[in-house]
Design a protein around this ligand. Structure first.
Ligand code: NDP
Length: 287
């Protein structure tokens, strides 16, 4: 069997076109242009590329964007002051702090400082709490992008055995929580694996849907995948031969039923859902 490809690039373009239409309608009705402010501390080249891509996507969807680039040596207090200014600025609807932050910065304090109603990454404890309780304001972008990929490819989650490999606050944990919620896009039987999981391959082989977010190039191999399974590769790893996912695409493609490529899979979906959240934030702040 050769798996069919779940094309994140195409789906993302479709979703971004939908958001562009909704944004145009919103702006025509309210006179408000949604605006995303990105804070990029220092000059990490990878982060610069991510932020630039997010800004370009905003522009194409009719969403305004601001870029704030404090130097790498900024203190936590100075960064908090910048966040405070953005929180108070009524023309800014979404605030995004690009991670990782330099070591001297108290990351938790910074993420908690973002006004929850402008927290388009959904990292603030209030938004995480709402998500866990099944009454989210914003869905975290990467897990939401994955849910959209499943939904728009008619892959049901209800009753499915889903294995999530990775338990980060950004991907693994919220992914598992969303999949176990009651209702559409949820109702899955979810197993979460991590570096201490015993016999990982035995667990991953039980998955109807396998979602991998560990940050290790080509770690998941064909023997770890049940024939016909849906494999979602979140990994984005820079290797000497280019960007690689966490899944050994060549090998796993021979076993899986469907698979996401890297690049062109989950990455573009994450950006589309960020635009979705920025429009949602503008709606919530516009009476
Ligand atoms: P983290 O480093 O925060 O978390 C990695 C997780 O993987 C941890 O829970 C860790 O376990 C687990 N893990 C590491 N090694 C193993 C192993 N050998 N076996 C089982 N579990 C393991 O990573 P992120 O979640 O932030 O990112 C994961 C990947 O996804 C990265 O490549 C990142 O670049 C990419 N990413 C892609 C995005 C996109 O839009 N496509 C968005 C965000 C991330 P433990 O907790 O025990 O340490």
């Amino acid at each position: 069997m050769t798996a069919s490809i779940i094309d994140g690039k195409m789906l993302s373009a479709q979703i971004r076109a939908e958001i562009a239409l909704e944004t145009a309608e919103f702006t025509a009705k309210t006179g408000v242009t949604p605006c995303l402010a990105a804070v990029l501390v220092g000059d990490d080249p990878g982060s610069q590329v991510y932020v630039r891509n997010k800004q370009k996507a905003c522009e194409k969807a009719g969403i305004a964007s601001q870029l704030h680039t404090p130097p790498a040596k900024i203190s936590t207090e100075e960064l908090l002051a910048l966040i405070d200014r953005l929180n108070r600025d009524p023309t800014v609807h979404g605030v995004l702090v690009q991670l990782p932050l330099p070591k001297q910065i108290d990351e938790r304090q910074v993420l908690e400082a973002v006004d929850p109603i402008k927290d388009v990454d959904a990292f603030h404890p209030e938004n995480v709490g709402r998500l866990v309780q099944g009454r989210p304001r914003f869905l975290p972008c990467t897990p939401h992008g994955i849910l959209q990929m499943l939904k728009r490819n008619d892959i049901p989650t209800a009753g499915a055995n889903v294995v999530v490999v990775g338990r980060s606050d950004i991907v693994g944990k919220p992914m598992a929580i969303l999949l176990m919620q009651r209702g559409e896009g949820g109702d899955a039987t979810v197993t979460v694996c991590h570096s201490r999981t015993r016999d990982l391959a035995a667990v991953t082989r039980s998955a109807d849907i396998l979602i991998v977010a560990i940050g290790r190039p080509r770690f998941v191999t064909a023997e770890m995948v049940k024939p016909g399974a849906v494999v979602i590769d979140v990994g984005m790893n820079r290797t000497p031969d280019g960007l690689a996912g966490d899944v050994d695409f060549q090998g796993v493609q021979q076993v899986a039923g469907r698979i996401t490529p890297v690049p062109g899979g989950v990455g573009p979906m994450t950006i589309a859902m960020l635009l979705h959240n920025t429009l949602t934030a503008a709606r919530l702040q516009t009476s």
